[in-house]
Design a protein around this ligand. Structure first.
Ligand code: SAH
Ligand code: SF4
Ligand code: F3S
Length: 477
């Protein structure tokens, strides 16, 4: 079966009828004439790059009906929470912030509050919100972003609280309008959802089954981005390596990389995330052969013990993982390997944990995201016996960082004296005269330079390093 597609080229293509869209736009235009400013929206985005990109689509939908973005959350006409529930603390942060906004709404009852994203895909959480956070006006899900104009219409014109959730869908909405956060780098979805059901993870429950976009849709989007001046794309999927598995016309992830490598104007191609069980020799070859594909693979290992990996349902062994790492290092000299690690998965013994430590030493990661295992209701791991006590989790976490950080620092040290192309991203947060950018290996570099270099790829010679960033000197071309 080939991918079912629905085009959303403008807001008329949503459930809301053309007449009502016109009415909504007219109202917003009227507001603009009366107030000399447009209605404003502010989006609070939690979670991963999928959510970040969804927020760009939400911004696109809102702009198409006459809203404009504001940084001023307190005075925004519409505040949207794009939520995440990957770990408990992500969820708690959202509830905490919702509590704050409740106070704002009391002072400004006209303010519209909407909540969307992964948390809203869970019935129990929606119920909690409807009951305990009754000031929320709009609830929508990860599959109903395109319906936002209709939901706003219900609140503003019909004075009605509105909820629109679709649990699972085979449809992919193409060509949604987007307000991209950056001009020079862009996030591009290649797959949606996940079929892997790692036993700790909520994503397959909230994002539905895996669907791949048609290659031509992706290529067209990337060509358009390049025309608009974009230099770096990041291809997004929960498991990019299984891209294409539901498409009629065979196209693997490596086939896609070769195609995208041909797009003029694009200078760097990144991807997130690679599942070790599906990382093929073909992909290693593509990374090696495609000059624009960055020599960096984010390859979440999660744990070093085969026993734990099995209970996590990861479908690979530590030997298989190490074998891939060896091949990557052999075939792609200077490749950077980064990872995700979970500490304190149910039943993890001290020996299991030491195997994770061992893995970190053996791979010599360039960087890693480390997490304390967090119980997620509805997942298999939440039902497992032998949950690891919090204090042991914290102890192990600490031990892990004590091994990991010196390795990361050492890997950074190996860059001192070398010159790297750096894509300049912004003015440094700490000093006005400094710029911040990333090497192809995803290392953060601070160096002196002027603002007009933002969006350019420049050469920087590394002079000193810390664990989380490096410092360097701009080189003349
Ligand atoms: N699809 C990606 C990961 C998405 S979630 C992959 O498979 O690699 C990002 C990371 O969050 C995961 O890699 C995992 O390390 C972590 N994570 C997911 N669920 C978690 C949980 N219940 N507790 C702690 N960490 C979790
Ligand atoms: Fe979650 Fe596993 Fe899917 Fe990643 S591959 S999103 S960790 S279920
Ligand atoms: Fe991402 Fe969080 Fe959803 S990590 S897919 S936003 S649960």
């Amino acid at each position: 079966m080939n991918q079912k597609i629905k085009e959303v080229v403008n807001t008329e293509d949503t459930k809301l009828s053309g007449n009502k869209i016109i009415e909504l736009r007219n109202n917003n235009e009227q507001y603009f004439i009366m107030n000399g400013k447009r209605k404003s929206y502010h989006i609070l985005t939690y979670g991963c790059q999928m959510n970040e990109h969804d927020s760009e689509k939400i911004g696109g939908m809102l702009t198409s009906i006459g809203y404009e973005e504001t940084d001023d959350e307190k005075n925004a006409d519409l505040v949207i929470f794009n939520t995440c529930l990957i770990r408990e603390n992500a969820e708690l942060r959202v509830f905490g912030k919702l509590g704050e906004v409740k106070g704002l709404k009391r002072n400004r009852p006209d303010m519209v509050v909407a909540v969307c994203g992964c948390m809203m895909q869970k019935e129990e959480i929606r119920q909690k919100l409807l009951k305990s956070f009754s000031f929320v006006d709009i609830i929508f899900g990860t599959n109903t972003i395109q319906e936002l104009p209709g939901l706003i219409y219900d609140v503003e014109v019909n004075s009605k609280k509105s909820v629109d959730i679709i649990d699972n869908t085979e449809l992919i909405y193409e060509n949604m309008p987007k307000i991209r956060k950056f001009k020079y780098k862009a996030l591009v979805n290649i797959t949606y959802g996940c079929n892997n059901f790692c036993t700790y993870c909520v994503v397959p429950y909230v994002r539905g089954r895996e669907k791949s976009r048609l290659p031509q849709e992706i290529i067209n989007e990337v060509k358009k981005l390049a025309e608009d001046g974009c230099k770096e794309i990041t291809l997004l999927g929960q498991n990019v390596n299984s891209y294409g598995s539901n498409l009629d016309d065979k196209c693997t992830f490596s086939d896609l990389l070769y195609e995208l490598n041909k797009v003029d104007g694009i200078e760097r191609i990144r991807f997130m995330t690679s599942h070790p069980k599906d990382l093929t020799d073909d992909l290693i070859k593509a990374i090696k052969e495609c000059d624009k594909v960055c020599n960096h693979v984010h390859l979440p290992v999660q744990a070093g013990s085969n026993e734990v990996l099995k209970r996590m349902n990861r479908h690979y062994t530590r030997e298989h993982y190490l074998n891939i790492v060896e091949k990557l290092k052999k075939e792609v000299p200077n490749i950077a390997i980064t990872t995700d690690i979970i500490v304190g998965f149910p039943g993890e013994t001290e020996e299991d944990f030491l195997e994770t430590i061992d893995m970190v030493k053996e791979v010599q990661y360039d960087s890693a995201f480390t997490f304390l295992y967090s119980v997620r209701e509805g997942t298999k791991a939440a039902e497992m016996e032998d949950q690891v006590p919090d204090e042991i989790k914290h102890e192990r976490f600490e031990k892990l960082l004590n091994v990991l950080y010196p390795i990361v620092l050492e890997r950074n040290r190996s860059c001192i004296g070398n010159t790297y192309p750096v894509l300049v991203e912004s003015v440094s947060k700490t000093s006005e005269n400094y710029l911040t950018g990333r090497t192809e290996h995803f290392r953060l570099v601070h160096f002196k330079g002027s603002e007009d270099l933002i969006g350019e790829i420049v050469n920087v010679k590394i002079t000193s390093v810390k664990t989380f960033h490096m410092e360097g000197k701009l080189q003349q071309k």
